[in-house]
Design a protein around this ligand. Sequence first.
Ligand code: SF4
Length: 397
Amino acid sequence: SAESVLITQQSHEELFKVLHNNKANEAEQKVVVVSVSPQSRASLAARYDLSSSEAGRRLTSFFKGLGVHYVFDTSFSRTFSLLESQREFVERFQRKEQDKNCLPMMTSACPGWICYAEKTHGEFILPYISTTRSPQQMMGSLVKGYFAEQKGIGPQQIYHVAVMPCFDKKLEASRSDFYLNSAETREVDCVITSGEVQKMLEEKNVSLSDVESAPLDVMFSSVSGGEFLSHAGSGSGGYLHHVFINAAKQLFGEEVKKLTYKTLRNKDFQEVTLEKDGKAVLCFASTYGFRNIQNLVQKLKRGKSPYDFVEVMACPSGCLNGGGQLKPLPGQNPKELLQKVDELYKSERSLSPEEDVRVAELYQSWLHSVGEERAKELLHTQYHTVEKMTNGLTMKW
Ligand code: SF4
């Protein structure tokens, strides 16, 4: 099908081909940009016994040695996703009396969950899903919009690759919503998994242990003193954490320093509440894995969901455990490996989204200059029941 062509095209072989063509035909070179997710860095760091930041510096060096022009960090675009999610939640909460379908707001960064929701629950579930773009697709806006403009080149001259912990991110990149005006240009041209990066290293006979580290490209990277900065909260982006803290402050004037998670059915279904005068005023949950997601949807259908916000992720244990991460080596215990990846991921210093002055600057300059409507398109997206998808593709589940 057209869909499987789009997905198989997105592979590390395709990236090798683009880099090869660049060398063979300099006149028609594409500017190759690679955005690396923090979950992928942590997975590779665990394999090579490095810190996540060091893995990032060495990956930068490896990619540049292959002919990649720029390497960016998806935590940077995630700051936009978190800020927009915070705003979207406060806005929905304030109109909950008029619109009974605006809460719970369900996160949308996981394409595994989005495909399932669109295909299985369609019209019923779509109003609840956050319209904020995922970090991958925020980076798409930044690279093919702002970056292209800064470099004075067209978006079609850029080949943008995202390194992700996840195969379903390939599906997300090929959604019709993320094509630019021409049918051929996508915001993210190719998604490769952390495991595919490992394959690239093997095919080039390179071990990350022996690679020199390279300085980071700071244009779209959250770095300070050569170290990457991350976000607090879950390894799946920390949406619940940041939206909760912001909502407690904005809506109820409460400064929350630490969230107390209550485990419900299992460790992948947790709840956090804010109480004021003995009454729960905010009730958030994180729901990972399909069993828990189905349970949540049933609650919602029966009108029994107490939640204002839910961080929904299709993989048990979330993105650090994504299907595209490096597999355990023979004899390596999968649980121990996941714990190591989790520790590496969380050991980076975190930055609250509001503190990122460069992101604030881009809101002021770039997003302000394009006008309100265009800014909304660059930061948000939409969802469709399967029949309504416009590119003729059905998202396979
Ligand atoms: Fe991908 Fe799994 Fe993360 Fe969803 S939870 S975005 S499917 S890695």
